[in-house]
Design a protein around this ligand. Structure first.
Ligand code: AHR
Length: 549
């Protein structure tokens, strides 16, 4: 076990104790063991769990994605080229747009037709904009609408997922939006409008969210009321060539009553009603850093870049709750849908910190991801990988210039955050068969304001791709590496390589000036008999690529 030379200043100052629990009996020389059970298949890992969320919120669209065709920032049809290039590397699945809360204020008709004729509208988020924010953040110029978003998806190799307005538009406009996107060339007036904009062929959009957070900003409904609205919106929507997949506005975190109330009401009308529900959207943000002192949304949030070891551990602890939430909501859904035809769609997830770390002053909800957020994201993607039969889609909130962003950009400056690097590393899992991976590692112990607390030591996921096994893991221990023996039951490892994201300072992050402060590095894996040996560095995310004989 290698002791860490450097521990971030605030962590050391906090005098926190991190220690391994007694070593496991199976080996004198290793701290931990991973056992990969090749014949225990959990399901195929959908590329769509590697999805993204783009809301028309502050700097996400205007500046982040859309720079305009006349911009001196390199662009492809108005879309930031550096973003396209980076996103192609991560094989994005679905991209959800235009919100979030914004979605239930948006009229899709404002964002189609000649760009110089499109109206300017007050943005849903205008009230929270800082004085430094540009006008485009407060007043939506509608230059980036359906056509531009569809082009963006095409350029990056992603799949569009629209969130439709349920709160402030009639169901008819939902049908019309689908018609605009999907009706065949020449078939309808809206197909002609689409062709006039340069898009003769339909966009064939499959995924449609029916409102967003209908328990809150999406209409303040009761679950039973929302079930009625959901049925009304989704009854008899023409799908044209593609089967439409509707996603219902599901719960916030542990709002079990929302899931139960909705499903109960759907089957009260008849069991077949669930046939129109492809996915049930769960939102989970990790935000309460008060260590149990308050649940006040404004007071409990922590700082994105200034944190100690306890904060590090607390945010991971809240993030990993998503696995409990997946299991809990899945169980309730199963009471009404025993065959589990309806899957979970975790279409907003990530840590949410207080404002103050934004690289671009005036970007509302922008935060500066550190190594901690890379570890958080690896942990979350591993959870989705381990639950492929339950989670069919997921979207990290949000893609650029916002919460847990993969990228930050302003004018001609751009950087990939540790979160973006984790998505690039984990892309190798997509389409693979998730196999059971048993992790056995000493827990990490820490001090939670005088109370002893602990967190697991090493966890991850594995997927099989013919003769290649991809294993990803996070070591949340900020002090110590974890020497690990890796055994594959049912095959022999013939060669192995590793890619590691870590840094000597747990607060490390990339900025416009220091774009490579945190980036994955190759590391070597030792083969010993039938096993592989790897030392997972402290505070790290690792991808192992094992070739099997
Ligand atoms: O991601 C920011 C906001 O968080 C979204 O608009 C909303 O759906 C959620 O509450």
């Amino acid at each position: 076990m290698r002791r860490r030379e450097f521990l971030g200043g605030t962590a050391a100052a906090a005098g926190l104790v991190w220690a391994y629990s007694p070593r496991l009996a199976f080996s004198q020389s290793t701290d931990a063991r991973i056992e990969l059970l090749l014949d225990e298949h959990l399901g195929t890992i959908s590329p769509n769990i590697y999805g993204h969320f783009v809301e028309n919120l502050s700097g996400v669209v205007y500046d982040g994605i859309w720079v305009g065709e006349k911009s001196k920032v390199p662009n492809v049809g108005g879309i930031r080229k550096e973003l396209i290039d980076e996103m192609r590397k991560i094989k994005p699945g679905v991209v959800r747009f235009p919100g979030g809360c914004f979605a239930d204020s948006y009229d899709w008709r404002d964002g189609v037709g000649p760009t110089d004729k499109r109206p300017r509208r007050t943005n849903f988020w205008s009230g929270g904009e800082a004085p430094a924010a540009p006008d485009t953040h407060r007043y939506d110029p509608n230059q980036f609408g359906t056509n531009e978003f569809a082009q963006f998806c095409k350029q990056i190799g992603g799949e569009p997922y629209f969130a439709a307005n349920l709160r402030s538009l009639p169901a008819e406009q939902f049908y019309r939006w689908v018609e605009y996107c999907n009706s065949p060339a020449g078939s309808t007036t809206l197909a002609d409008d689409r062709a006039a904009a340069g898009f003769k062929d339909p966009f064939n959009v499959k995924y449609w969210g029916v409102g967003n957070e209908a328990w809150g900003c999406g209409g303040n409904f009761l679950p039973q009321e929302y079930a009625t609205e959901f049925r009304r919106f989704t009854a008899w929507v023409p799908g044209y060539k593609v089967p439409l997949k509707f996603i219902g506005s599901g719960p916030d975190s542990a709002n079990w009553a929302w899931t139960r109330g909705f499903f109960e009401d759907m089957v009260r009308k008849g069991k077949g009603q669930l046939d129109s529900l492809f996915g049930w959207a769960l939102h989970h943000y990790a935000w309460n850093m008060s260590r149990g002192k308050t649940s006040d949304w404004n007071k409990a949030k922590g700082d994105a870049v200034n944190f100690d070891v306890t904060d590090w551990c607390e945010i991971l602890r809240q993030g990993e709750q998503v696995e409990t939430l997946i299991n809990g909501h899945w169980q309730i859904m199963g009471e009404f849908d025993p065959e589990h035809k309806v899957k979970l769609v975790v279409d907003e997830w990530g840590p949410w910190y207080k404002s103050g770390s934004e690289l671009t002053p005036g970007d509302q909800l922008e935060q500066l991801p550190t190594l901690r957020d890379g570890v958080f994201s690896g942990m979350t993607l591993d959870i989705f990988n381990r639950n492929p039969e339950k989670v069919t889609m997921a979207c990290c909130a949000q893609l650029i210039n916002c919460l847990n962003s993969l990228y930050l950009a302003h004018e001609d400056r751009f950087c990939v955050t540790p979160v973006g690097h984790v998505f690039a590393m984990y892309a190798a899992h997509q389409g693979g068969e998730s196999v059971r991976a048993e992790f056995s590692a000493p827990a990490v112990h820490y001090d939670r304001d005088g109370q002893a607390a602990s967190f697991w030591g090493l966890r991850g996921s594995a997927s099989l791709h013919d003769k290649q096994l991809i294993v990803t893991a996070v070591n949340p221990n900020v002090k110590d590496a974890c020497e690990t023996q890796i055994g594959v039951r049912g095959a022999r490892v013939t060669s192995a390589e590793a890619s590691v994201l870590s840094a000597s300072d747990i607060h490390a992050r990339n900025t416009f000036e220091q774009r490579q402060a945190v980036a994955p590095k190759a590391a070597s894996v030792r083969l010993s008999g039938d096993s592989a040996m790897f030392s997972f560095p402290a505070a790290s995310v690792t991808k192992l690529t094992l070739q099997l004989g």
